[in-house]
Design a protein around this ligand. Structure first.
Ligand SMILES: Cc1cc2nc3c(=O)[nH]c(=O)nc-3n(C[C@H](O)[C@H](O)[C@H](O)COP(=O)(O)O)c2cc1C
Length: 213
C-alpha cells in the first residue's frame, strides 16, 4: 500500500520571473494554455476544476472543459438545470483551477459567472459531435436516474425524436462564463519556494502582485 506521505516530486521545470510575465492575465493564460496544449504529456489541457457555492452556502467542485477563452474570461458548457447550474443561479460566483502537472503549473481564477449568449451556445453546440448533442438532450444532469438502462432509453428516445434532422441546442443547456476578478499563476520551484503571480481587480484597475508560496 502506498503511503501518500512518501510521494514527493521536486519542481524544477521552469520559473515565473517578474519581467517575463505578461502585462495582464489574459495573454499570460493564453500562452500557458497554448504551451499545455502543445505538450504531448498533458492530457485534456482544457480540463478545469470549477467550484461553485450551493444554495445553502457550501462549496461544490467538479471537472468541466474550457471551451472558450478570451479577454472576457473562460467559458464552459453544461446543463443549466444541473447542480452547478442551480448553484450559479443562487450565487453567481465561481472559482476554477487549471492544473498542468507535467508543466508544474497551476492557474487559479475566481470571479462572477454569467451565461454565454445564446448565439455563442448555439455556435458551440452545432460544432459538437451528434452523439454529444443527443446526450445533452437526453441527460437530466445531476438528477437521480433509475438505472443505466433508463438513461440509454432516454438517448434512444431523443435519437428517434430528431431522426436525421438537425439538433438544436436544448433551451436548458449552454455556456457559463467565469469573468475573473483574480487570476493567479503558479509555477513550481525547488524547495517549495514556488513562484506565484496574481492579477487582481482593484476597483477598475488590475493590480499585479507576487505572493508568498
Ligand atoms: C474530464 C472531465 C470533463 C468534463 N467536462 C464536462 C463539461 O464540459 N460539462 C459538464 O457539464 N460536465 C462535465 N464533466 C462532468 C462533471 O464533472 C460533472 O459530473 C457534471 O457536470 C455534473 O456536475 P454537477 O452535478 O455538480 O452539476 C466532466 C468530467 C470530467 C471528468
Amino acid at each position: 500500500m502506498t503511503d501518500p506521505a512518501g510521494l514527493r516530486r521536486r519542481y524544477a521545470r521552469g520559473h515565473l520571473d517578474d519581467d517575463a510575465v505578461a502585462d495582464s492575465w489574459f495573454p499570460q493564460l493564453r500562452s500557458w494554455f497554448d504551451e499545455a496544449v502543445a505538450d504531448p504529456d498533458v492530457l485534456e489541457a482544457n480540463a478545469v476544476q470549477w467550484a461553485t457555492v450551493t444554495p445553502d452556502g457550501r462549496p461544490a467542485v467538479r471537472t468541466v472543459l474550457v471551451k472558450g477563452l478570451d479577454e472576457r474570461g473562460i467559458v464552459v458548457y453544461t446543463n443549466y438545470e444541473s447542480a452547478k447550474g442551480r448553484d450559479v443561479a443562487a450565487h453567481p460566483y465561481a472559482a476554477a483551477v487549471l492544473l498542468w502537472p507535467t508543466q508544474e503549473r497551476q492557474v487559479r481564477l475566481s470571479g462572477t459567472v454569467e451565461r454565454a449568449t445564446r448565439a455563442e451556445t448555439e455556435a458551440y453546440f452545432a460544432s459538437r459531435p451528434r452523439e454529444s448533442q443527443l446526450g445533452a438532450w437526453a441527460s437530466p444532469q445531476s438528477q437521480v436516474v433509475e438505472s443505466r438502462h433508463a438513461l440509454d432509453a432516454r438517448v434512444a428516445q431523443v435519437e428517434q425524436r430528431f431522426g436525421d434532422g438537425p439538433i438544436p441546442a436544448p433551451p436548458f443547456w449552454g455556456g457559463l462564463r467565469l469573468v475573473p476578478d483574480a487570476v493567479e499563476f503558479w509555477q513550481g520551484r525547488p524547495g517549495r519556494v514556488h513562484d506565484r503571480i496574481r492579477f487582481r481587480l482593484d476597483g477598475d484597475a488590475w493590480v499585479r502582485e507576487r505572493l508568498a508560496p
